[in-house]
Design a protein around this ligand. Structure first.
Ligand SMILES: [Zn+2]
Length: 286
């Protein structure tokens, strides 16, 4: 699957790479990711993407270090595309309608391809923003590597994690190079807000808010679609059925385990469908 990143990756020569090739997960990948999928951490995102991001610009294969350097929004978007390629486009979820007069349990369905994505408006490796106090701040956008470093802290102490993230992304404030967390923590709230808003405006992003009508009462509500939780949840569930499927295919087709595990999920499912049809036909004839 050929895709174009909504942000892009800058190589050391200052070239931007947005064209990428994404493969689907095979049974072997799903098996290897069992332990990883237990927690939807940034490190797990790196492991999943390192397995299926086959090409980025003229980089082939793509080393995990580069997967780590991808922008947070690009990684999220790639995970969504991988989900579409491996499990299909339809996203399904059960939840309660938030309207008090309704409150019914409803099943929502939407197409993963309809989840809005915001392309980076002005891709650059570094940005400069003049602050009102006449100093200029030079910054880059947050990457998977930042998320990996700060992931555990972000859960325990989101405030400190936000300061450390800003310190990692700021290359210079006025005359001060690599200012560090203490300098960033001392920034006036207004300046900090300006930098953070500007980062958000410039970063590529997948829109997590999906507006959908309630099938019971017809009123619209907004659902937050957590791509990481959703995709890793599916990976976990799927691995539990994987071995059963391998057993079933192996016992009927006599393929080796290695052959079956090397198939992407949709091929496996197609053979299982054919097999189910055949078995049904045999039963009907009996
Ligand atoms: Zn409702």
């Amino acid at each position: 699957m050929r895709v174009t990143l909504p942000g892009g990756w800058w190589d050391d020569g200052g070239r931007l790479h947005r064209a990428a090739e994404l493969g689907v997960l095979t049974g072997r990948d799903e098996e290897a990711l069992t332990g990883v999928a237990a927690a939807a951490t940034p490190r797990a995102v790196t492991e999943v993407l390192a397995r299926c991001l086959h090409r980025l610009g003229d980089l082939q294969p793509v080393p995990p270090a580069v997967v780590r350097e991808l922008l947070v929004g690009d990684r999220e978007w790639l995970l969504l595309q991988l989900r579409r390629a491996t499990f299909g486009d339809l996203v399904r979820g059960d939840l309660m309608c938030p309207w008090p007069s309704c409150g019914k349990r409803v099943t929502l369905e939407f197409s993963a391809g309809d989840v809005p994505v915001r392309t980076a408006p002005d891709p650059r490796p570094w940005y400069e923003l003049p602050l009102p106090g006449s100093s200029v701040v030079r910054f880059r956008l947050p990457t998977g590597g930042d998320a990996e470093e700060l992931g555990p802290l972000a859960v325990r102490d989101p405030g400190s994690a936000a300061t450390l993230l800003l310190a990692r992304c700021i290359g210079r404030i006025g005359e001060v190079a690599d200012p560090g967390p203490e300098v960033v923590a001392d920034l006036p709230a207004d300046d900090r807000w300006r930098i953070e808003s500007e980062m958000e405006r410039l970063a590529p992003a997948v829109d997590r808010e999906v507006d959908t009508p309630c099938p019971e009462c017809g009123r619209t509500f907004t659902v937050t679609f957590d791509i990481h939780q959703y995709v890793f949840g599916e990976l976990r569930t799927n691995v539990s059925t994987l071995y059963r499927e391998v057993h079933q295919l192996a016992s009927h087709y006599h393929w080796s385990e290695a052959e079956i595990m090397g198939m992407p999920r949709d091929r496996r499912e197609t053979y299982l469908d054919v097999l189910a049809g055949e078995l049904e036909r045999l039963n009907d004839g009996a």
